[in-house]
Design a protein around this ligand. Structure first.
Ligand SMILES: Nc1ncnc2c1ncn2[C@@H]1O[C@H](COP(=O)(O)OP(=O)(O)OP(=O)(O)O)[C@@H](O)[C@H]1O
Length: 733
């Protein structure tokens, strides 16, 4: 048997070649001396370890053969190319240990000017940086020297010289794009203002082998360095190998993690851990890998992977299967394996599984025994409760349905307030409007009527169900169903759901791992985890390198947040400092029109062009409200655009998905058009009016900013924003 190492330089091959390639690699993994493989050395190669192998008459695989590191031989598979190209690549590429930092790397050797990309394809649109410039180049003006790049970080000297000559961020990005992976990432970090020491720390730059070693065993070790794992991945079994070769969805996120991402996948924590990070920084990717890692370490472990909605949970399940079909997806909560579920399904599941315990739990949480057959979803339930309570009708202020619902979710349910007296004395941190005893008395009358109403309907709202489920486990009669709980989109969970999350598992190492981005909180009120017995105490970190959104789109999206003041789940200021992107693209298009008809004409023609330019790409139109989504879907259909309104379920393949910005949470598309971003629509006037009536205006405005931020960060490549009349004041210039 031989060990195969995949590299991020592996190129895509078409269907027919893929089959032959798999046959080739499979044979190679069994015995590299098998007939027909034709593993051959090159004449005058830069690296004597290089070999080519025969995939078919026309195509050759480029490989590096390593002895040592155990009894087995190791092959590093670089990619497959037409014969002559493969020979050229094989002869010019070196697999080496970086002499400064001990990271294994693939370098295409040549004169400095001809340094070519090995594992990051150069973009044809990137202009070469000017080698001579009159202004002080970017890195120099940040106090960084050539020696910092070469002798401290270990960058290739030719690349470092070009980086030092880059006049601005744009030129430096151009250099980063042609650099081997870790060097490119280091340049992006430096461009974003990270210090040289900061870059070393981010790359986990401690050598794992002495950099001066050249032997094969050392190379094998150096490929396991965290920074090298952005380029090299050891394949563990045949099934993994087959997926890597044959799977069209084989994507970098499944294999080549950033050292910071890998750290959060692999490290053990003594209690709850919080991973924050901007949109597209790979929080979900870390969760998926971490769930897999925990399962591989202990297949009997009961792992819960949960998120805000059923749609998002479906995506997590799909992606976990793609990451590793071998991971056992548990069929029920409490079974070994990874149980993937939306939080609300977890709550209802807990009640369904333990029917005899529910009366006592509802008694403890709601002050009355209640049968719960389903969720209370009627949108006028708080108005009905007020009407039934006899409290004077007032649609605004602290008696408005919006205020009452928020008060109930934020204070009454999670604190298990069951009597008027308890409500008179409970602390209400973070609630905008102060309530004296008389006002609390009125609110409580409506709450009592609300509880009676839902009891009659044999239903409960989602907060109530979460609190009852938490009580089942906390009450001591039902065993906690999980060993590890991983949470995505944590910023949007209301307090009762945090109580449930906490209750699912006993406090223990690796009990809770929470991914969140407070800049993307588009529902509910801000909350603080420690209030719900989730003690992070120093166990929180941030991801800042964006893998989804181009630098241009990211800059635009982040500017929308700038005028807002955000706090994270530990009540600390949340900033966008250090946010940067590994990708570049066109500047977002912003277009205003005199009429909606003109706006839709322009949007339709852009969508048609996008579809023609990139038939395989996904496109979304994102709008502020459901009503407007219907209008736009009709308008686009009238203009011959195949557009589909998406609410529940998967976005369509081959049609433009039209969705409201809330539904866009957690999704991504090749191209996105935000339509109807006018001053009249964003911030949404109805939302703002109702918020203003009960002192929630500032937070409502933050959520409106966050909605735009979520929408603008869904685009991988192109982003367009249109409006009729005046643009939204929240949009950046
Ligand atoms: N190491 C990586 N290499 C390549 N692509 C990556 C890597 N990490 C993440 N990605 C890609 O970046 C995109 C964003 O990742 P992910 O959805 O995990 O980010 P997120 O932080 O959860 O985003 P959001 O908060 O917007 O939901 C995805 O397309 C993912 O495949």
């Amino acid at each position: 048997m031989t060990t195969i190492v995949m590299t991020s330089s592996v190129n895509k091959t078409d269907g027919a070649i893929k089959k032959k390639l798999w046959a080739f690699i499979e044979k190679l993994s069994q015995n590299d001396e098998m007939l027909g493989l034709h593993i051959e050395p090159m004449k005058n190669p830069r690296d004597s370890r290089v070999r080519t192998g025969r995939v078919d008459d026309n195509f050759r695989a480029v490989l590096f053969r390593l002895e040592g590191g155990g009894a087995e031989r190791t092959y590093v598979y670089m990619g497959t190319w037409p014969h002559d190209e493969a020979i050229e690549i094989a002869c010019s590429t070196v697999l080496r240990i970086n002499p400064i930092n001990g990271v294994a790397e693939l370098i295409a050797e040549g004169a400095p000017e001809t340094l070519t990309p090995v594992d990051v394809p150069a973009s044809p649109s990137v202009e070469k940086p000017a080698l001579v410039s009159t202004a002080t180049p970017l890195l120099e003006s940040a106090g960084i020297t050539l020696l910092d790049l070469t002798d401290v970080l270990g960058m290739d000297p030719a690349l470092a010289s070009r980086a030092m000559a880059a006049a601005d961020e744009n030129e430096l990005f151009g250099v980063a794009e042609i650099a081997p992976t870790w060097q490119g990432i280091a340049l992006i970090d430096l461009a974003a203002g990270t210090s040289v020491n900061g870059v070393l720390a981010a790359l986990d730059a401690e050598p794992v082998v002495a950099p001066e070693r050249h032997d094969d065993a050392a190379l094998i070790e150096a490929m396991k360095h965290p920074a090298a794992q952005m380029t090299f991945s050891f394949v563990h079994d045949n099934e993994e190998l087959r997926r890597a070769i044959e799977d069209d969805n084989f994507a970098a996120w499944k294999v080549f993690l950033h050292p910071e991402q890998r750290r959060y996948v692999d490290r053990n924590y003594n209690g709850p851990f919080r991973l924050s990070g901007g949109a597209g920084t790979g929080k979900t990717v870390v969760l998926l890998h971490r769930a897999r890692r925990l399962w591989l370490e202990n297949p009997d472990a009961r792992i819960v992977l949960t998120t805000f909605t059923v749609n998002l949970a479906d995506n997590l399940r799909r992606d976990l299967r793609q990451l590793d079909p071998g991971v056992k997806i548990a069929a029920a909560l409490g079974e070994p394996g990874v149980y993937v579920s939306g939080v609300d399904s977890l709550s209802f599941g807990a009640l369904r599984e333990n029917p005899t315990e529910v009366p006592a739990a509802t008694q403890a949480v709601l002050g009355e025994s209640r049968t719960i057959r389903g969720p209370a979803t009627s949108s006028d339930r708080w108005s009905s409760a007020r009407a039934a309570s006899g409290v004077a009708d007032s649609p605004n202020g602290y008696l408005s349905p919006t205020f009452l619902e928020a008060e109930y979710e934020a204070i009454i349910v999670p604190n298990t307030i069951t009597t008027r007296e308890e409500y008179f004395t409970v602390r209400r941190p973070g609630r905008g409007v102060a309530l004296d005893r008389a006002k609390r008395d009125q609110v409580w009358k409506i709450v009592a009527a609300y509880r009676t109403l839902l009891k009659m309907q044999q239903s409960a709202d989602f907060s109530e169900v979460a609190a009852v489920a938490a009580q089942l486990y906390d009450g001591g009669t039902v065993a906690r169903p999980a060993d590890h709980v991983l949470v995505d989109e944590g910023q949007d969970l209301v307090p009762a759901k945090w109580r449930l999350i906490r209750a699912l598992t006993e406090p223990s190492p690796n009990d809770l791992f929470i991914a969140e981005d407070s800049h993307q909180r588009i529902y509910g009120q801000p909350t603080i985890l420690s209030r719900w017995a989730i003690k992070i105490v120093g166990r929180s970190q941030r991801l800042t390198l964006n893998y989804r959104t181009t630098a241009q789109n990211l800059g635009y999206a982040v500017a929308v947040l700038e005028a807002g003041h955000y706090e994270d789940l530990e009540s600390e200021d949340e900033s966008t400092a250090g946010y940067r992107s590994s990708r570049r693209g066109p500047v977002p298009l912003r277009l205003g029109f005199a009429t909606l008809s003109e706006e839709l004409d322009a949007v339709a023609s852009t969508l048609q062009r996008w579809s023609a330019d990139d038939p395989g790409g996904s496109i979304a139109v994102l709008v502020r409200t459901n009503g407007f989504a219907d209008t736009v879907t009709r308008g686009l259909a009238e203009r011959d655009v195949k557009a589909m309104r998406v609410d529940k379920g998967e976005p369509p393949v081959g049609a433009v998905a039209v969705m409201n910005m809330y539904r866009a949470k957690g999704t991504e598309f090749s191209r996105v058009c935000i339509v109807g971003a006018s001053a009249e629509s964003i911030p949404n006037p109805t939302t703002m009016k109702s918020a203003a009536a009960h002192g929630d205006e500032a937070d409502a405005l933050l959520r409106e900013r966050s909605l735009l931020y979520v929408a603008a960060t869904r685009a991988r490549d192109a982003l367009m924003i249109t409006w009729t009349g005046n643009p939204s004041t929240l949009l950046s210039e």
